[in-house]
Ligand binder design. Structure first.
Ligand code: NAD
Length: 419
């Protein structure tokens, strides 16, 4: 349907008034989606379909504490859209998990897979809990109980889990064991998201004619994504002047020793105990004088409150949803080059797709093959997003949404509707 034949009653999100909060992650996703859909003149039917999650599961997770008491936690699994292939999405264990957050993360997975053009849909899961207060045995019980509660959706042809905040390969092994999935090849996956962040930042520097040497980077979050991004950027020749975790931030004008900090965190857990650097708060760190800022921790850290104080020339969104829609506007006015999450952190799901392909075909790719294929996809996707943004005169985030929505909508159009 062209815009000329579109029914006049086409209304963008009639219940928009029910979303009031800048920091609601689903609202953050939806406001960018709406704008990109308008710019694409998306068919109203596809608009309605693509703005609604396909399936939302809420489960209770009863489990035994080590002290013999029974506790019941809440878990979610959302399949946002599976028209392009089986759903793929991480599982987050965190106290701040909400259904809206999981819905937003599942939508971002959908757009992300479409941006890098891999045949997956998007899903996400979460359990409301504080892993720091749980023993390993308790974590295992929760993971297995959560898995059994959502077992009907899981499977290599329907919904494939992955690690996210506070979950790791060991927990994936518990999930696979509970599900009895066969062993998967995992070469290159652990560092894939960070590698993707490094690659797109390098491409952004090239595009802006900025040098590698002397470029100062600030990385928020020192977990899987943040610490690997920092390490690979350091290896590329960038200077990592600050890193942080939830305990606080470290700063050194001449550059921090990233490998040493990784070792420190493995032994002592938190960066705040490291003595050989200046200590800052997370909030102050975000507004440091630097060239590249990598938010790689949580959502909503760059908001309309602090965006005008950001000094970085490039922001590479390692985390999902670190920038609110209100902040986008301010950053754009300041000319900050934002590499959006659905492009910047797509390296992880891309290598998960490689694992899936290897599992199904019985191939075994060495790490070099995995990394060179990842490089090709990330560079190619960066170019496609930049081209889309340039053609429509929009920023990279809206360009990425437009590319993704167009790809998902095309499949819907071809498949038709089962109604
Ligand atoms: P993680 O649990 O390994 O690490 C999170 C890090 O952020 C930790 O260092 C933690 O201390 C820190 N942190 C938490 N709250 C903070 C705060 N308020 N201020 C500063 N630091 C804080 O998680 P991860 O897997 O690295 O995921 C980080 C982000 O990247 C999340 O948004 C996640 O959805 C996204 N992501 C992860 C992957 C992946 O492959 N793991 C892929 C794509 C996107």
């Amino acid at each position: 349907m062209t815009s000329a034949t579109r029914p006049s009653q086409f209304v963008i999100r009639p219940e928009k008034d029910t979303f009031l909060n800048e920091e609601n992650p689903f609202e953050a996703m939806m406001s960018r989606f709406d704008y990109a859909a308008q710019r694409l003149s998306l068919d109203p039917g596809h608009y309605k379909v693509l703005r609604s999650p396909e399936k939302q599961i809420i489960v209770s997770i009863p489990f035994l504490r080590d002290n013999g008491e029974v506790e019941v936690y809440t878990g979610y699994r959302v399949l946002y859209n599976t028209s392009r292939g089986p759903a793929k999405g991480g599982i987050r264990f965190d106290l701040n998990v909400t259904l809206d957050e999981v819905k937003a993360l599942a939508a971002w997975m959908t757009w992300k897979c479409a941006v890098v053009n891999i045949p997956f849909g998007g899903s996400k899961g979460g359990v409301i809990c504080d892993p720091a207060t749980l023993s390993n045995v308790e974590l295992e019980r929760i993971t297995r109980r959560y898995t059994s509660a959502i077992i009907d959706t899981l499977g290599p042809d329907s919904d494939v889990p992955a690690p996210d905040v506070n979950t790791n390969e060991r927990m994936m092994a518990w999930i696979m064991d509970t599900y009895s999935m066969h062993k998967r090849h995992t070469l290159g996956r652990r560092e894939a998201t960070g590698r993707g962040c490094m690659i797109v930042t390098r491409e952004a520097l090239k595009r802006l004619h900025l040098p590698i040497q002397g470029t100062r980077v600030v990385v928020q979050g020192f977990g899987n994504v943040g610490s690997i991004t920092a390490q690979l950027m350091e290896e590329l020749g960038l200077t990592i002047v600050a890193v942080s975790d939830k305990s606080g931030a470290l700063y050194h004008a001449k550059g921090l020793p990233i490998r040493e900090l990784q070792q420190h965190v493995r032994q002592r857990r938190f960066l705040s105990e490291y003595k050989e650097a200046e200590h800052l708060t997370n909030e102050d760190m975000l507004t440091l004088d630097c060239d590249v800022l990598v938010p790689a921790a949580m959502e909503n850290v760059i908001t309309s409150q602090n965006a005008s104080a950001i000094k970085a020339r490039i922001i590479c969104e390692g985390a999902n949803g670190p920038t609110t829609a209100g902040a986008d506007k301010i950053l754009e006015e300041k000319g900050v080059f934002v590499i959006p999450d659905i492009l910047a952190n797509a390296g992880g799901v891309t290598v998960s797709y490689f694992e899936w392909v290897q599992d199904r075909g019985g191939y075994f790719w060495d790490e070099e093959t995995v990394n060179s294929r990842l490089e090709r996809i990330m560079v190619g996707s960066f170019e496609e997003v930049a081209e889309m943004a340039g053609r429509h005169g929009v920023n990279l985030r809206i360009g990425a949404y437009m590319l993704a929505i167009q790809r998902v909508a095309t499949v819907h159009r071809l498949r038709g509707m089962y109604a």
